[in-house]
Design a protein around this ligand. Structure first.
Ligand code: GLN
Ligand code: ZN
Length: 761
């Protein structure tokens, strides 16, 4: 019999119960017992949901109070010294201090670093490794949750563990000459203990997540896989090795030959490879086909999947398992909680609960014949058919425009060297011009007014008047600081993607479509379901108003096409590159309208450009090509004298600096204040051709930089970047800061620029 299973269920809860409980605990409003009760209730509910869906196996250990990589580090006893863990089980507060620096008990310490989990928007806590690192079993969580799950589902429990090689790969060693793989011999015995203990608890299958098999791996890591899994054999305990987020490619044979009882592959992103895996993997082993997309929210084409699965089912019988492609961590919980979503659009979607229904439908179609699920298959066909032919999906004008993009549409009329002259003439900026990245503090007052307006508690004219007052206040502030290029401050924006998505056609928004981003932070990505078009100007009135208040240049503020794409659920019936192009075309019209309204400086933010990079290096050039082209198409319509800025909030772009230069923005502002050395590195091998503003105020920290510190940063930057191409600015938007901090920091920033100007004159 074909088995239906799941790699992991979202932890947050349909009402974000996990977030609320954990934050209440941090604030001292509930104790650890109450917190644990919420955890138990959530796990129970999620297991019940999975059993009700008809799964044969449910996962245990996929729940987490913050992050499963951090859970694994605690399981292995890998706790950095500063947290003063003295052996035994890692306490809940030590765990939270590792995650976020603070907990109700214990001394605050710098938190562990956090970074993106593969190419998702989920962030994990980076394991800190050092050459003398030792390991010992230091947490009961996995075993307790396994017992809990057994009480619900008996034998049908499959504990989930992050495998030794992926955990090690994700870790970071301060000493970069040290080879992390040298720790493997010390690590494996603890993994052995974990497996033995699970086996003793009556477990027959464990899920070993090794997603790094979807990456470009150095030869020694490939070899290490063989060695490690040869050692990790426990009699009577079957291991399902799970790989997701991409095809196996050059790791395919390696993965198929590892001494494990089963292999799970990503049958969505690795769809083209599934038949080869079926060929290579011995029929004695279980092949788990991840054929339902765990990374997106669309209803699957069950007929097509059945066609693909039929030959595998014939060959393997009960050794074919079915599951979502990856853990459902990256998908919202339950579509049925959406009451305001348009019913037609809703019928095209599947969230976690619905995805499990799809897995089970496929299983039944294979084992009992398609007639047994005729109704489900029919419903699916109807929905897909409606989606394919819906007039709301395709926008003929957009299609026509895409097919008629003229040559040179992505090119400014003249190269930077010529534009620069025109911009100087027009803008008359001093040396080392000062500016900010866009947002000013989103005060309690602003958020309260926005909420009241959304709830219908204040009339629109009052809300708009309030926003105008805010803009006037922010413009006045900037004039007082003495900044050179001003911004309107973004008080009307809740979020840099949602604000634009709400005004574009082809975008939809959910009420409860939350996914975990990190710890207790959840995001609600918009859904791009159709061709994107701009029915009317989105920002022009605000920027025009702001410009009317000052003689200084006002900078228009837009979110770039790649970021709009990257932070949304994207349609699966059109290449990402095409959707990106559609957004670019819509933004191009906005850019053009801003210029017509007399705005001489326009910033197009692309903070997500880098995170869109594919997992495999060979796929980078194609991505960078369309991503850069989209940006350029959005920007290239303006005259020489109109200055295009872009902004990115990270410094690690040594490996894509040429593409960043290829954006051909006149000015780029970037994060550097926390990692200035990294920035300067990038510029030693590559001379950035246009103007650049390395952030000199770290807005992520409550610390206020002194004038001397800012001068020192600028002097360091001047060694790499000619002074006449250098800008002075914070490293990101100021929306999370308080006004008193901003007042002081920006005053220092302007003073530093003036001091340097005087000394250079
Ligand atoms: N313009 C945006 C702001 O200042 C940029 C935000 C970002 O880079 N993430 O808030
Ligand atoms: Zn930023």
């Amino acid at each position: 019999m074909t088995i239906a299973h799941n790699l992991g269920f979202p932890r947050i809860g349909i009402k974000r119960e996990m977030k609320k409980a954990v934050e209440a605990y941090w604030q001292g409003k509930i104790d650890s017992q109450a917190l644990e009760q919420t955890g138990q209730a959530l796990r129970q509910r999620h297991w019940q949901l999975q059993l009700q869906a008809g799964l044969d196996w449910i996962p245990a250990g996929d729940f987490s109070w913050y992050d499963h990589v951090l859970d694994t580090s605690c399981l292995l006893g890998c706790v950095p010294e500063r947290f003063q863990h003295s052996g035994g089980n890692v306490s809940l507060d030590t765990y939270f201090r590792m995650a976020r620096g603070r907990a109700p008990s214990g001394d605050p310490q710098p938190a562990c670093e956090m970074t993106k989990w593969f190419d998702t928007n989920y962030h994990y806590i980076v394991p800190e490794l050092h050459p003398e690192q030792t390991f010992s079993l230091s947490s009961d969580k996995l075993f307790k949750e396994t017992t809990e799950a057994q009480a619900v589902a008996g034998e049908a429990v499959k504990p989930v563990i992050l495998g030794p090689l992926s955990w090690l790969w994700l870790g970071k060693c301060q000493d970069d000459k040290f080879n992390k793989l040298d720790l493997l011999p010390r690590l494996l015995p603890v993994y052995g203990e974990i497996l033995a203990r699970l086996s003793a608890q009556g477990i027959s299958w464990v899920q070993m997540d090794e997603p790094i098999l979807a990456l470009d791996l150095p030869g020694e890591w490939q070899t290490a896989f063989e060695n490690a899994y040869n050692k990790l054999q426990i009699r009577g305990l079957n291991q399902l090795l799970t790989v997701y987020f991409g095809p196996l490619e050059d790791n395919l044979k390696l993965a198929c030959d590892l001494p494990v009882a089963g292999l799970h592959v990503d049958g969505v992103r690795g769809a083209g490879e599934l038949a080869r895996v079926d060929d290579w993997l011995s029929t004695h082993k279980v092949l788990s086909a991840g054929i339902i997309d765990g990374r997106n929210i669309w209803r699957a084409d069950l007929d097509r999947q059945l066609e693909k699965l039929a030959p595998m089912h014939q060959r393997r019988g009960g050794n074919l398992w079915l599951a979502p492609s990856c853990s459902l961590l990256h998908t919202p919980v339950d579509l049925s909680a959406e009451t305001k979503l348009d019913p037609e659009l809703k019928s095209w979607l599947a969230f976690s609960v619905q995805k499990l229904d799809e897995v089970v439908t496929l299983k039944r179609a294979l084992s009992e014949g398609p007639d047994s699920v005729a109704q489900q298959l029919d419903e699916c066909r109807k929905a897909l058919d409606a989606r394919r032919h819906s007039s709301r999906v395709t926008h003929p004008e957009v299609r026509q425009r895409m097919s008629e993009i003229p040559q040179g549409y992505d090119q400014r009329a003249n190269p930077y060297a010529i534009r620069r002259q025109a911009q100087r003439q027009k803008l008359q900026l001093p040396l080392l011009p000062t500016t900010t990245i866009g947002s000013f503090p989103q005060t309690r007052e602003i958020r309260a007014k926005r909420r009241a307006f959304k709830n219908g508690d204040i009339p629109e004219p009052d809300y708009l008047a309030f926003l105008r007052e805010q803009i006037a206040f922010m413009v006045k502030k900037q004039e007082e600081y003495g900044l050179d290029v001003l911004v309107h401050g973004e008080p009307e924006r809740n979020d840099m993607v949602e604000y634009f998505g709400e005004q574009l056609s082809g975008y939809a928004f959910t009420e409860n479509g939350w996914v975990q981003s990190y710890g207790s932070r959840c995001v609600k990505p918009p859904v791009i379901y159709g061709d994107v078009a701009r029915p009317r100007a989105m920002t022009v009135e605000w920027i025009r108003y702001a410009q009317s208040l000052t003689d200084k240049p006002m900078k228009g503020m837009l979110t770039g096409p790649v970021t709009m794409l990257q932070w949304s659920f994207v349609r699966d019936d059109l290449p990402r590159s095409d959707t990106c192009l559609q957004i670019a075309l819509a933004l191009r019209d906005e850019v053009s309208d801003l210029e017509k309204a007399g705005i001489g400086v326009i910033q197009i933010d692309e903070p997500a450009l880098r995170e869109g990079l594919p997992l495999r290096k060979k796929d980078w050039p194609a991505y960078l090509e369309w991503a850069v082209r989209s940006f350029r198409i959005a920007a290239a319509c303006v005259k020489d004298e109109t200055q295009i800025h872009t902004h990115m909030c990270y410094a690690e772009f040594n490996d894509i600096i040429e593409s960043i230069a290829a954006l051909d923005a006149d000015v780029i502002t970037i994060e550097t204040s926390r990692s200035k050395m990294e920035l300067l590195d990038a510029f030693s091998n590559f001379e950035y051709p246009n103007e650049i503003g390395p952030g000199v105020y770290d807005i992520h920290s409550p610390n206020i930089p002194t004038v001397a510190e800012i001068v020192a940063l600028l002097e360091a930057a001047m060694e790499k970047i000619p002074v006449d191409r250098l800008w002075v600015n914070p490293d990101c938007g100021l929306k999370t800061r308080q006004w008193p901090e901003v007042d002081e920091a920006l005053t220092h920033l302007v003073t530093a620029a003036k001091l340097l100007r005087a000394s250079l004159a």
